[in-house]
Ligand binder design. Structure first.
Ligand SMILES: *Cc1c(COP(=O)(O)O)cnc(C)c1O
Length: 368
């Protein structure tokens, strides 16, 4: 049996007619840039996320970039974030000439360790940028308390966490701005690049809408230097169809995750830990073991695809050498990059496939 880490074709098959119809409607309309399809998607996703404003953006990366620009982040400013995330989180900070200040993670959730934030704050600190990794929210109450006490803005990287809940609140709505990605492999994936910014602050929303169109308002009059950061209409049409199914898909992911956890109990691996106040959406199901590389190789021999998110902590990336971090500086993040492994998870995975994965993980450890 072959088990893919993600099979998008199955999802497309299940909604093919609706999707095709929606795309053809955009083609018939020839309205590709902003316009009615984007606006209607923005309204429905704002409702889904329980936020006042939702702004369609060209990608999750641009969503973070625009959020930082809207907060006035510039050369020399410092932004506190996690080193255990996709590159875009820190790349967007550095792109603006600002300094990503990496804080080590909590090894049980892989999210930023809130106890380590305060010592990293100084006069140059402007923003805290937590990531809700794998679909589980970071400890936002602690982060928001620190931000309030130090007059900092909070931008949530919720790229992996659409629909995730923290103490009754939606991911991306607790800080000043939330950022989402519709990269095809995300829980709500487009058929190309796409992203979203959410905010309850009407001034920030208006500013981001201006920055999204090169900083112009009215057209051809530029008070700011923005970017081309628009979500395109075909993506909006696809996403509008898929949004209706998202809650059901997230529920399936939770069931798949609990099936893994139930059947992998007793094996010497670390299973995902869900904080009692969180509703996880399991963008990824990630286990950890010091035997990670051998396990991954063994599973590959059995035709089981697994992925490492992420193999090199951001503070050790070549492009960030100038920041001066060295190996050993952020030990939990480094350990996670050496020990974590994402098992196949997507709403359409069958129990047979899951059983196959489980039995081979067990086989590996019984032969160790
Ligand atoms: C996917 C992702 C991004 C970037 O989103 P793109 O749409 O690919 O630009 C940013 N941060 C995190 C945590 C992500 O997982």
């Amino acid at each position: 049996m072959k088990v893919l880490s993600l099979d998008l074709k199955r999802q497309y098959e299940s909604i093919r007619e609706e999707i095709n119809k929606a795309v053809l409607e955009v083609l018939a309309n020839q309205s590709f840039i902003l316009g009615p399809f984007v606006e209607s998607f923005e309204q429905s996703i704002a409702k889904f996320c329980h936020t006042k404003h939702a702004i369609g953006i060209s990608s999750g990366t641009d969503a973070i970039l625009l959020a930082l620009m809207a907060c006035g982040i510039k050369n020399g400013d410092e932004v506190i974030t996690t080193p255990f995330t996709f590159f875009a989180t820190a790349g967007s900070i550095a792109r603006l000439g600002a300094v990503p200040v990496f804080i080590d993670i909590d090894p049980s959730t892989y999210n930023i360790n809130v106890k380590k934030i305060i010592p990293a704050i100084n006069k140059r600190t402007k923003v805290i940028l937590p990531v809700h990794l794998y679909g589980q929210c970071a400890d936002m109450d602690a982060i928001l308390d620190i931000a309030r006490a130090n007059k900092l803005m909070v931008i949530e990287d919720a790229a992996q966490a659409i629909g995730s809940i923290y103490k009754g609140q939606n991911a991306g709505t607790m800080g000043n701005i939330g950022c989402f990605s519709f990269y095809p492999s995300k829980n709500l994936g487009g058929y190309g690049d796409g992203g979203l910014v959410t905010t309850n602050n009407s001034e920030l929303a208006a500013f981001i809408k201006i920055l999204r169109v090169h900083g112009s308002k009215p057209k051809y009059y530029h008070s700011y230097i923005g970017i081309n950061g628009r979500l395109d209409a075909i993506q909006a049409a696809v996403l509008s169809v898929k949004l209706k199914y998202l809650s059901g898909w997230s529920e399936k992911r939770r069931l798949i995750a609990s099936y893994y956890s139930e059947h992998l109990k007793g094996i010497p691996i670390r299973l995902p830990k869900i904080e009692p106040y969180n509703t996880h959406i399991f963008h990824q199901y990630v286990i950890a073991t010091p035997h990670r590389d051998k396990l991954m190789e063994y599973l590959k021999q059995q035709d089981i695809e697994t992925v490492i998110y992420y193999p090199l902590s951001l503070h050790l990336q070549k492009c960030f050498e100038y920041l001066g971090y060295k190996k050993g500086d952020l030990p939990e993040s480094e350990k996670a990059s050496n020990e974590t492994l994402a098992l196949p998870i997507f709403p359409e995975i069958t129990q047979k496939e899951q059983d196959y994965v489980i039995s081979h993980v067990k086989n590996f450890f019984s032969r160790l």
